[in-house]
Design a binder for this molecule. Structure first.
Ligand SMILES: Nc1ncnc2c1ncn2[C@@H]1O[C@H](COP(=O)(O)OP(=O)(O)OP(=O)(O)O)[C@@H](O)[C@H]1O
Ligand SMILES: [Mg+2]
Length: 299
C-alpha cells in the first residue's frame, strides 16, 4: 500500500527566504504524525504545498501515491485541511457553509455527515448561527467540520487547538483518536508538546526549514532524554560513588540514568539497602525535553 503522504526533497522558497529546505519524510496509512517546530520553522509552508495552496520550488508531494502537482483534484478529494488561520465567512450560517463546502466536492445530499460532525463537534445547537456570531473556539470547530464533510482519508490539522480551552482541546484530541480508529491518517502541528507526546505515533522536528529529526515519539524521547531518579533514605549514608549520581544531600540522593536503564539495575550498582528507601520518585524524559535537546544541538 502506498504511503498516506510521501514528501521527497521538498524545497519552498519565498524570494530569497528558504522556508522549507530539502525535507523528506513519509506518513504511513492510519498513523498520527506530529510536525513540530518553533514559530517560523516552516510547518505551515510545508502544509501549504501538500494542499496545493503553494507550489513547491522543487521536490515532490504524493498523497496515497498520487502526485499533488500532477493530479491536484484527486489529491484534494482525499485530503481535509484545518488551516491555522481562521477566515470569516460572514454572511452564511454554519449549516449552510458545510452544505456549500460539500457541494465544492461534488457531494449533494450530505445532511447525515454534516449532522454527525455538528454533533461530534458540539456545534449542533449553533448550526443556525452566522460565523461572526461564533466564539473563537467555535470557529475552530467549524473549520474542523469543514475539513471533514467529504470524509477524507488524510486529515491535516495546522495548530487546531490554538486558542482553544483545555476541555475542548481534550475533546478535539479524543475526536482525532476516533477518526484514526476509523482509518483516517492524521498529520498535525501543535505547540502543545505534552499533547503531541500522548497522541502522535511518530513526530518530525523541523527548525529553520530543515527536518532535524523524525521517528517514533517514544524512540526520540529515549534517544534524547534521561530518567531522573530521586531517593529519600531513612538515614544519612556515607558518600556514594556512582557515575549516575547527580546530587547527594544528607538522606536525599539523585541520579540521572539513560532512559533505557532499569531502576533495579541502578539500585544494584549503588548497593543501597532497599529497606532504607523511604521514597522513590522517577521523572521520565518528555517529548518537550527531547525537542529542546534536538533544537539546542543545532543552534
Ligand atoms: N507567503 C509568504 N511569503 C513570504 N514569506 C513567508 C510566507 N509564508 C511564510 N513565510 C516565511 O516562511 C517562514 C516559515 O513560516 P511558516 O508559516 O511556514 O512557519 P510555521 O512553522 O508554520 O510557524 P508557526 O508555528 O508560527 O505557525 C517564516 O520565516 C515566514 O516569515
Ligand atoms: Mg504555522
Amino acid at each position: 500500500m502506498a504511503d498516506a503522504l510521501e514528501i521527497l526533497n521538498l524545497v519552498k522558497k519565498y524570494d530569497s527566504l528558504i522556508a522549507v529546505n530539502d525535507v523528506t519524510f513519509n506518513v504511513k496509512p492510519g498513523e498520527i504524525f506530529g510536525l513540530l517546530g518553533p514559530n517560523g520553522a516552516g510547518k505551515t509552508s510545508l502544509i501549504s504545498t501538500i494542499v496545493t495552496v503553494e507550489k513547491p520550488t522543487s521536490g515532490s508531494v504524493k498523497i496515497f501515491g498520487t502526485d499533488v502537482s500532477v493530479q491536484p483534484r484527486v489529491t484534494k478529494s482525499m485530503t481535509g485541511i484545518v488551516p491555522q488561520e481562521i477566515v470569516n465567512h460572514g454572511f452564511f450560517n454554519i449549516e449552510e457553509i458545510l452544505t456549500f463546502h460539500s457541494g465544492y466536492f461534488g457531494i449533494r445530499n450530505n445532511k447525515t455527515q454534516i449532522h454527525f460532525l455538528l454533533h461530534k463537534l458540539g456545534l449542533f445547537e449553533h448550526r443556525h448561527k452566522r460565523v461572526k456570531q461564533l466564539s473563537g473556539g467555535m470557529k475552530r470547530r467549524l473549520l474542523i467540520a469543514k475539513a471533514l464533510v467529504h470524509q477524507p482519508k488524510l486529515l491535516i490539522l495546522d495548530e487546531p487547538t490554538a486558542g482553544v480551552d483545555i476541555e475542548l482541546r481534550q475533546s478535539l484530541w479524543e475526536f482525532v483518536t476516533e477518526l484514526r480508529k476509523s482509518g483516517v491518517t492524521i498529520l498535525l502541528t501543535t505547540h502543545y508538546l505534552e499533547e503531541a507526546e500522548q497522541l502522535c505515533d511518530r513526530v518530525g522536528i523541523i527548525h529553520q526549514g530543515r527536518l532535524r529529526r523524525v521517528g517514533p515519539t517514544k524512540e526520540l524521547i529515549d534517544e534524547f532524554t534521561q530518567r531522573n531518579i530521586n531517593l529519600v533514605l531513612s538515614k544519612t549514608t556515607g558518600s556514594l560513588t556512582n557515575k549516575y549520581l547527580t546530587h547527594q544531600d544528607q538522606n536525599k540522593v539523585s541520579f540521572q540514568i539513560p532512559s533505557t536503564m532499569k531502576v533495579g539495575e541502578l539500585l544494584a550498582q549503588t548497593q543501597l539497602n532497599v529497606s532504607d528507601i523511604v521514597d522513590l520518585q522517577i521523572n521520565e524524559g518528555s517529548l518537550e525535553d527531547a525537542f529542546r535537546r534536538v533544537l539546542g544541538g543545532v543552534e
